[in-house]
Design a protein around this ligand. Structure first.
Ligand SMILES: [Zn+2]
Ligand SMILES: [Zn+2]
Length: 100
């Protein structure tokens, strides 16, 4: 399972086409909101078929590891909890049919 989402906020922040869930390659992704960066990042949270010979693979991380860019605390976006990384208000999440 996997899906694509887009998020928008009344402050003007918007991101389209974030991939979430488990994709064809067995890679699980989560979307996290970082207030320090003011950005949303996609992190790899699961890799079913690790390829030790592929140095280009993104490392597997957990949400608790923090922001992949600045290392600050992040909040995983869900349909129920989606704080804007810019203003902290609730983001509007679209195309969430494949979540949960
Ligand atoms: Zn950050
Ligand atoms: Zn906002």
């Amino acid at each position: 399972m996997g899906g694509m989402i887009g998020v928008t906020c009344e402050c003007g922040f918007a991101v389209e086409c974030l991939s979430v869930g488990i994709g064809m390659a067995g890679v699980g992704r989560s979307v996290v909101s970082c207030r320090a960066c003011g950005e949303i990042h996609t992190i790899v949270t699961e890799r079913m078929f690790p390829d030790p010979d592929d140095d280009d693979d993104e490392p597997v991380r957990s949400v608790a590891d923090g922001c992949p860019v600045c290392g600050g605390p992040v909040v995983e976006l869900t349909t129920r909890r989606a704080p804007c990384p810019r203003c902290g208000k609730r983001l509007r999440v679209e195309n969430v049919g494949l979540w949960d």
